[in-house]
Design a protein around this ligand. Structure first.
Ligand SMILES: Nc1ncnc2c1ncn2[C@@H]1O[C@H](COP(=O)(O)OP(=O)(O)OP(=O)(O)O)[C@@H](O)[C@H]1O
Length: 274
């Protein structure tokens, strides 16, 4: 599936993290961590619990100011910008947090329109029209536009949250555990949707996940966080060969082997033209 990656310009990475340090009191989470997200790629970020995946994501999207280091997003160092300039760059991000975070008092169309009214200053009618387009983009039926989050399945909520993250046509999509809580069929269908949209729209994806099936199905590269840094970042097959205890347990334990077999078995079918 990842053979379909849009053409990448290796000189134009969209995120450059250099020498990142994050600490909470005496607890050092990141110690001079470096990482790059290339234009158009889906980068999976994995690591044991507490290795700092979410803190890294929050630092990059500007929700946490790092103690040291530089984070360049789309060529600009975020933390050097004033509020107005930063929000201009941040509009080019789409973020989907683990807890979907749709407003329960708004229907789906209103949830998505809100971002368009607030940030793109669209009139309500245009915003709601565009919201319906986004909902259909993520595969939701027209009638879902008027439904409220509480009446939807977990899979539909994830899709609606993705539609909202895509509302402003982002250059970079940040996803924190997007398939958590979905059954395997719902998760596989979300993975497929993500690849389809990335191929069609060309955005870059920073994906934090524990889901091995997702890693095999969607990621062009995988970064492993360990010992306060990026231990390795490469294609999943190369990462899986890294001589590290956590990597070996993760990729070659029972779940890792099952995910790899499932991917190998499905590859010829998914890669062949329809
Ligand atoms: N606001 C905070 N105050 C203090 N410590 C924090 C704070 N946020 C995160 N941490 C600590 O930073 C470390 C990294 O947390 P983070 O949530 O990024 O881990 P993670 O890799 O995403 O873990 P998981 O896979 O379990 O979600 C943890 O030890 C956590 O307790």
């Amino acid at each position: 599936m990842h053979s379909d990656v849009p053409k990448q310009d290796k000189d134009h990475s969209v995120i450059n993290v250099t020498g990142l340090v994050n600490r909470f009191g005496s607890h050092i989470v990141h110690d001079h961590l470096d990482l790059t997200l290339e234009r158009g790629e889906i980068l999976g970020v994995v690591g044991g619990s507490g290795t700092g995946k979410s803190v890294l994501l929050r630092s990059i999207v500007g929700l946490r100011r790092p103690n040291e280091g530089t984070i360049k997003v789309l060529g600009t160092a975020l933390h050097e910008l004033d509020e107005t300039e930063r929000s201009r760059i941040e509009r080019r991000f789409g973020v989907l947090f683990q807890q979907g975070a749709l407003f329960s008092s708004l229907n789906l169309q209103e949830n998505i329109a809100l971002a368009l009214i607030e940030h793109a200053k669209l009139p309500r009618e245009d915003a709601e029209h565009l919201a319906r387009v986004k909902l259909s983009l993520v595969g939701l039926p027209p009638e879902a536009a008027l439904q409220f989050p509480e009446s939807l399945s977990g899979g539909m909520i994830k899709r609606a949250a993705l539609a909202r993250a895509l509302a402003l046509d982002p250059d970079i999509l940040f996803l924190d555990e997007p398939t958590a809580g979905l059954d395997p069929i719902g998760a596989a269908s979300f993975d497929q949707l993500l690849v389809t949209l990335r191929n069609a729209l060309g955005f870059s994806v920073f994906l934090v996940t524990h889901d091995l099936d997702t890693l095999y199905a969607v990621c062009d590269r995988v970064a492993v966080l360990s010992q306060k840094r990026v231990l390795v970042v490469d294609t999943i097959d190369k990462v899986a060969q890294t001589d590290d205890e956590w990597v070996q347990d993760y990729f070659h334990g029972p779940r890792g082997r099952a995910a790899q077999h499932a991917h190998t078995a499905s590859s010829p079918t998914t890669d062949s033209p329809e």
